[in-house]
Design a protein around this ligand. Structure first.
Ligand SMILES: [Zn+2]
Length: 572
């Protein structure tokens, strides 16, 4: 039994994510986790909310809540939606957890011990009225380029010009509106990534099975220009993990917190600690996933993320792990995705353009979305959601092919043989041919799933469903029944067994429908079909079943047009 550690890039706390976010990491990670569990492997699948930083503070202020309360509430909202989408995390943690506080401070202490942290003095804007330093985006003023009066200290939203806070005309605090600002000196810690350049380079060279796209992005950051740069790991904020050297105070760093980029990936590890705590397990139980000196040397670690996160996961987080000098498990394979666009443009959180996870579940069950998103995953290039394509895919693949198969065979059996698997007859050449085809296809499906080729896996699964439909079409037990009811019984028996087989194979994509199919077949046998012929005899003659309700309803043109209008923009 293999042991597989899976992490999905952690979603930021400030709001509900759209479908583009979902398909870029959490959903394909779930597909892979479910598949690996289905194959009998031991899986640890972790995700969390990313809760620190300025955007969380701003969102909390906008909601009129203390930031800790806001994050706790939004975590529950995101966890609930994840559950309803069938995301099967072993734990959905929080980067603000005590475990992450402790571990982040631990890593900073180790990095300092290894002389990989240096102090830098910077000049930053301080607001006397607010009693705090202001990050660039907390400062507003008039844009010197276009005259827009709500330009931010980092960028003008109106003309997109990149700005420094000192460029702004009549700068003011975005928190209080105060103009009583001054530039003060403040000290920050920098991680000396440049000192780790050769070790990172050698580590990436050892990853010969990574896609060229991934290694080339990492190499570019390592070698282009002046090479890998040191990065600030602290901020003058209230909300975050207090800067400490392990358990010791850090002189000169009082009142400062770690920068969110530093603590967020450490949550991948801390999350396993949260999992252990939630299940009353010892530290050893999570450490066997993360410490190569404590059992993690045989773990395969796979990360899922959007392409914009690749530099971060190939360089910054590994720099923290390598720099600690401790035997932490490093990533073995990194699966990254391009972007999903929405109906001729981009998903936009600020403009409410596109479908957000909560809205998606208001109109259709999760499996409809899971199937479309995964079968159109933006793997090799960006892909686009259109309502026409969504409607066609749901109606054809789910309703016409899979749903119709299940409905037709169960209803026919009920009417001619009753609600149990009929006996009599034997599988002949036609059935043997189907078994041979399915054997080839299931092995191909396994290969694609193992390789995390999401679209190819979906294509193969669809072909497996279609093969059953074609068989039924050509065998036509409803016609044969009139002349040879015994052979028709064998065909129906095969069809009913196919439903169980389809439920098992399809579970990673459409877990709720799969569960309903197994329930209708009145079996808890969800064992993986290592041998297709054997799997198609799993339900013996006399085994009772029920005819399930319609598995997938078709999407009407009227619904499609209504949704198209509703999600065109300006989410309220
Ligand atoms: Zn401007």
């Amino acid at each position: 039994m293999a042991r597989i550690l899976i992490t999905s890039a952690i979603p930021y706390i400030n709001g509900i994510k759209h479908l583009g976010n979902l398909v870029g990491s959490q959903l394909p990670a779930d597909l892979y986790a479910r598949y690996q569990r289905g194959r009998g492997n031991e899986v640890m699948f972790l995700c969390a909310t990313d809760e620190h930083g300025t955007p969380a503070e701003l969102a909390a202020a906008k909601a009129g809540k203390p930031v800790a309360e806001y994050c706790a509430e939004m975590h529950e909202v995101q966890a609930d939606i994840a559950r309803r989408f069938g995301l099967s995390f072993d734990h959905f943690g929080r980067s603000s957890s005590p475990q992450n506080h402790k571990l982040t401070q631990h890593f900073a202490g180790k990095l300092a011990e290894n002389d990989l942290i240096r102090e830098v003095s910077e000049r930053q804007v301080y607001s006397n009225a607010d009693g705090r330093f202001l990050p660039d985006r907390y400062i507003e003023g008039t844009c010197p380029n276009c005259g827009y009066d709500k330009a931010r200290g980092d960028q003008c939203e109106n003309c997109t010009k990149q700005l420094d806070p000192t460029d702004l005309i009549e700068p003011r605090s975005a928190i209080s509106g105060s103009t009583d600002l001054e530039v003060r000196e403040t000290k920050h810690l920098y991680l000396r990534q440049s000192a780790l350049k050769d070790q990172l380079d050698a580590w990436i060279d050892s990853k010969t099975d990574w896609p060229v796209l991934t290694t080339s992005i990492a190499k570019k950051w390592l070698h282009d220009g002046d090479g890998l740069q040191d990065r600030g790991i602290t901020r003058d904020l209230d909300w975050g993990i207090p800067v400490k050297k392990g358990e010791q105070d850090w002189p000169g760093m009082e009142g400062k917190v770690f920068y969110v980029w530093f603590d967020a990936p450490i949550e991948y590890i801390a999350c396993a600690g949260e999992w252990a705590e939630a299940h009353g397990k010892s530290d050893a139980e999570w450490e066997r996933w993360w410490r190569t000196d404590k059992g993690a040397d045989d773990v395969r670690y796979v990360q899922f993320m959007g392409k914009d996160n690749v530099p971060f996961h190939t360089l910054s987080f590994p720099a923290t792990l390598i720099g600690s000098g401790e035997p932490w498990k490093m990533v073995d394979h990194l699966k990254s995705f391009n972007y999903l666009n929405y109906d001729g443009g981009q998903f936009s959180t600020s403009q409410g353009r596109g479908v957000f996870m909560d809205q998606a579940l208001e109109i259709l069950p999760a499996d409809y979305w899971r199937w479309w998103l995964l079968s159109h995953a933006p793997e090799n290039s960006d892909s686009e959601f259109t309502w026409e394509n969504f409607q066609a895919s749901v109606n054809k693949d789910l309703a016409d092919v899979l749903g119709n198969f299940v409905s037709r065979i169960t209803k026919f059996c009920r009417s001619k043989f009753g609600e149990e698997v009929p006996e009599g007859g034997a599988y002949g050449p036609q059935e043997e041919a189907l078994i041979a085809e399915l054997t080839t296809r299931v092995r191909a499906y396994e290969g694609h799933m193992e390789a995390m080729e999401v679209r190819k896996s979906a294509q193969e699964l669809r072909a497996i469903w279609a093969a059953g439909n074609e068989y039924l079409q050509s065998a036509a037990p409803w016609t044969l029944f009139k002349t040879d009811p015994v052979q028709a019984a064998a065909q129906v028996r095969l069809g009913l067994n196919l439903i169980r087989l389809y439920a098992v194979l399809s579970a990673p994509f459409i877990p709720a429908a799969s569960a309903r199919m197994l329930e209708a077949m009145q079996t808890g046998d969800d064992s993986w079909p290592e041998d297709i012929a054997a799997a198609l005899n799993a339900l013996a003659p006399g085994h009772a079943f029920t005819v399930p309700e319609v598995l997938f309803a078709k999407i009407s043109d009227e619904d499609r047009e209504g949704w198209q209008t509703r999600f065109a923009g300006m989410r309220s």
